[in-house]
Design a protein around this ligand. Structure first.
Ligand code: GDP
Length: 195
């Protein structure tokens, strides 16, 4: 499990990437999906990912050291936020594309989707892109606590069908509110890192 999580730095582009051999898992998802909450849940902290929400830092990659160099969490800006202008959207796309396509440290992506909703076109484009790049994905379905019992399997199936989900990728359903299945994520991180 995560014993220590420390914010290291933010980067606007590759000039800010860290030069070493430590593996990285990048976290992506639509704004409001529960990404900050999930990072805080797995790290057992309340405010770790809040740095990503401070104005001016929202369009940057945020690097966190986990367990003193075991791996890094790289928190990407939430996508699909309607209010950002086109220039920012292009810059965001370029930064993400460069990182996801060219970063040697990157071992896998943790992508978050809201279990209540059908994945958006942005979600589909992101997952398609990750699979084109042959990046292993851990899919985290958030807000499990908001589903009725009979919706759980149904929504998972609907999400997987919409995304054309690869069965080699892992899919976990979590609640950040109740901390359901949060520790299972650690097992999946280890698989990605040790692979
Ligand atoms: P981010 O924009 O992806 O970082 O999303 P946040 O972590 O800020 O969460 C967005 C909203 O969803 C907040 O109001 C959270 O309290 C709420 N939220 C996040 N995860 C869960 C969850 O598992 N269950 C419920 N019920 N609410 C959640």
């Amino acid at each position: 499990m995560i014993k220590q999580a420390v914010f290291i730095k933010s980067a606007a582009d590759r000039s800010g990437w860290i030069e070493d051999e430590i593996p990285e898992i990048c976290f992506v998802g639509r704004s409001n999906v529960g990404k900050s909450s999930f990072i805080n849940s797995i790290a057992n902290q309340n405010k770790l990912a809040k740095v990503a929400n401070t104005p001016g830092k929202t369009r940057l990659l945020n690097f966190f050291d986990i367990n003193k160099g075991y791996f890094r969490i790289v928190d990407a800006p939430g996508y699909g936020y309607a209010k950002i202008n086109i220039k920012m959207k292009i810059k965001f796309g370029e930064m993400m594309e460069d990182y996801l396509m060219n970063r040697d440290n990157l071992k896998g992506v943790c992508m978050l989707v809201d279990l209540r909703h059908q994945p958006t076109n942005d979600d589909k484009a992101m997952y398609d892109f990750l699979k084109q790049c042959e990046i292993p994905v851990l899919m985290i379905g958030t807000k499990l606590d908001k589903l009725k019992r009979n919706e759980i399997a149904r929504n998972e199936k609907m999400i997987k069908e919409t995304l054309k989900f690869y069965e080699n990728d892992a899919f976990l359903k979590v609640s950040n509110l109740n901390k359901t299945n949060i520790q299972d994520a650690w097992i999946e991180f280890v698989k990605i890192i040790e692979n």
